[in-house]
Design a protein around this ligand. Structure first.
Ligand SMILES: [Zn+2]
Length: 388
């Protein structure tokens, strides 16, 4: 799968000559085993694009790339049921090729000044790295979950009884065995917390999840570092010693799905509430475009099914609904976008705006399948403060 840095690199790519080639390949349900119908359609699409390029003018520089893509499609033969994305610009010696899960909206070839990244970004949305720690008083196991895969990273026992003598725990050996066990457990949880912190930062995890017996949560939680607490999405009940990686994966998948669902619902309610009381919320395409332009947007909420035609000016970056031939801000010619969502996603990626993908809900459809939580309101620039 694609790392976030890579998609940001794609988003930042610019070809003023309109030679940034985006190619998405979505395998169709095979009519026959050879996928011939499929590849004939794609080849037609590419042949048309090559013919346009040969006519000169815009996209002429993409001819070599289109031919290279065409040769690849020839060899694809359904690509083993996988999708594919290629981003290329021969003029700048740029070529990136990825195999993807077959969940793209369609096969398409686009030549523009920027790559079209919405289908790719939508696929990447669940690609967060979760650090999972299972712990009880004597054991800890650490897992990584990403790209729907679980890996056990580490497994350690509390062997403090052995180490204890050299690091100051000897004093507790005097008599109260129970107290000693409890102190050893505390030390064990602290060791885990330190390890988690180090691992979390080293491997760039996005979130933390803990699995334990119910009664142990109150013992574990106080030892977590404040930063880890911020990244903690919760804890679930499991037997840390006996759990198999498959069970850990199942619990993790369920937990994340529930957590994300709640989080998204909360975000939607927040944004709608803020928008209705004229606060830090923007709903609907027109309003969100304006907020993106004024740099107000903190989090963009985009429907998985969002699709709207529009225009973009590659001179000043202005995006608009409708079909205006020229930019309403700088007057330069607009470029038509089949889906303005591509322009919006590219803008968000370049500007480090979080994108949250929302699956179809009636409530979200009702507000136009696009909304944003704002950092501030440019039109509410607190003149009161000046007056006071
Ligand atoms: Zn403009």
């Amino acid at each position: 799968m694609i790392a976030r840095d890579e998609i940001r690199e794609l988003a930042n790519f610019h070809s003023p000559e309109t030679c940034a080639l985006t190619f998405y390949y979505q395998p169709s349900t095979p009519q026959d085993r050879s996928h011939r119908g499929d590849s004939i359609l794609v080849k037609d699409m590419l042949r048309n694009a090559i013919r346009d390029a040969e006519k000169g003018g815009k996209g002429a520089c993409a001819k070599a790339d289109l031919e290279r893509v065409s040769a690849i499609v020839e060899a694809l033969r359904g690509n083993g049921g996988r999708g594919k994305a290629i981003f290329a610009c021969a003029g700048q010696n740029f070529w990136r090729e990825y195999d993807l899960p077959p969940q793209l909206p369609k096969t398409q070839v686009i030549l523009n000044q920027r790559f079209h990244l919405k289908p790719l970004a939508a696929l990447m949305r669940e690609n967060r790295k979760t650090l999972i720690v299972l712990a009880d008083r004597t054991k800890a196991r650490v897992f990584k979950f990403s790209n729907n895969e679980i890996n056990e990273l580490q497994d350690f026992f509390n062997d403090l009884s052995r180490h204890g003598k050299s690091d100051g725990f000897a004093g507790y050996d005097g008599g109260h065995a129970e107290r000693r066990v409890s102190n050893e457990a505390a030390q064990h949880f602290k060791t885990i917390a330190d390890y988690v912190m180090e691992r979390y930062e080293r491997d760039n995890f996005d979130q933390l999840l803990i699995g334990c017996h119910d009664e142990q949560w109150a013992e574990i939680e106080p030892h977590l570092h404040p930063y880890a607490k911020q990244k903690l999405i919760g804890h679930f009940r499991i037997d840390p010693k006996a759990a198999t990686p498959e069970q850990v994966k199942e619990m993790t998948v369920q937990f994340i799905a529930r957590h994300d669902g709640d989080e998204k619902q909360r975000l939607i309610s927040d944004v709608i509430g803020e928008a209705h009381r004229n606060g830090n919320g923007a709903i609907g395409l027109r309003r969100v475009l304006r907020s993106l332009e004024t740099g107000e947007v903190q989090t963009l909420l985009l429907g998985s099914n969002f699709h709207a035609a529009g225009v973009k000016c590659y001179n000043c970056g202005h995006m608009d609904l409708g079909e205006a031939a020229n930019c309403s801000v700088c007057g330069k010619p607009n470029t038509r976008l089949d889906d303005i969502g591509d322009g919006i996603v590219g803008h968000a990626l370049r500007n480090h705006i979080d994108i949250v993908w929302i699956d179809t809900t009636e409530e979200f459809d009702h507000i136009g399948r696009i909304a944003a939580l704002l950092r501030f309101r440019a039109d509410q620039n607190t003149p009161m403060k000046v007056a006071v």
